[in-house]
Design a protein around this ligand. Structure first.
Ligand SMILES: Nc1nc2c(ncn2[C@@H]2O[C@H](COP(=O)(O)OP(=O)(O)OP(=O)(O)O)[C@@H](O)[C@H]2O)c(=O)[nH]1
Ligand SMILES: [Mg+2]
Length: 202
């Protein structure tokens, strides 16, 4: 699969505002500032279709993008939606906002029937975080297939990647094929993530 064209559709909070679409969704979740929006841009080979910011908490709504893809070794094309979900775990967020986030993301997982899988992004340098464990539980409770993507791997030495991935894999009780590393800066891991998405969609 190769992503050939992408367009922002809309932002939403409530299911009534989700774009109705006959196409399936792949969503992106993770703590604030882990690089969700950057990863989307990198996969799509776009500079800034998803808004990237040095200020955490930039993505506050559920953002939908329509993606046209080409299927490998054929002349066939198809469509899917990418969904950039707001990040969690940002310290300067009130209790009320936190509850609103939980409701917004929880409702999306429960009600978006065409959701086929989630790319769950963590910072490769960070130890297993209880907030991520809560997210994992939300995904498992809703039977949503997920791939853990350890981002910003350009920040560590190549030879150290397994040293960082193994404890995460262990803590989250993941199979080998449920975790991979990624760098938007160095464009590492694009193929693995794309293949996972392809297997969920095709
Ligand atoms: N070194 C490095 N920095 C990255 C990478 N990906 C993202 N960043 C930086 O991390 C910061 C946050 O990136 P975003 O893509 O906005 O992160 P996000 O998870 O969408 O953040 P929120 O929407 O605020 O939750 C920005 O300063 C990015 O430039 C990466 O692969 N390597
Ligand atoms: Mg973002």
């Amino acid at each position: 699969m190769r992503f050939v064209e992408s367009n922002f559709i809309k932002s939403a909070v409530y299911p009534k505002d989700y774009p109705s679409s006959e196409f399936t969704d792949i969503a992106f979740v993770g703590k604030s500032n882990v690089g969700k929006s950057s990863l989307i841009n990198t996969l799509l080979n776009r500079k800034a279709i998803a808004k990237v910011s040095s200020t955490p908490g930039k993505t506050r709504l559920v953002n939908f993008f329509k993606i046209r893809f080409k299927i490998d070794e054929t002349d066939e094309f198809g469509f899917l939606n990418f969904v950039d979900l707001p990040g969690y775990g940002y310290a300067k967020v009130s209790k009320t906002e936190r509850a609103a986030w939980r409701k917004m993301v929880g409702t999306f997982f429960e009600e978006r029937i065409q959701l086929r899988g989630v790319i769950f992004i963590v910072d490769v340098r960070h130890k297993a975080d209880p907030k991520d464990a809560v997210m994992l539980q939300m995904l498992q409770n809703n039977n949503i297939p997920f791939l853990v993507v350890a981002s910003k791997c350009d920040k560590i030495k190549k030879s150290q990647i397994n040293k960082y991935l193994s404890p995460l894999q262990k803590a989250f009780e993941l199979e080998n094929n449920q975790i991979t590393h990624f760098s938007s800066l160095k464009k590492i891991g694009i193929q693995k993530v794309t293949n996972w998405i392809s297997n969920r969609i095709l």
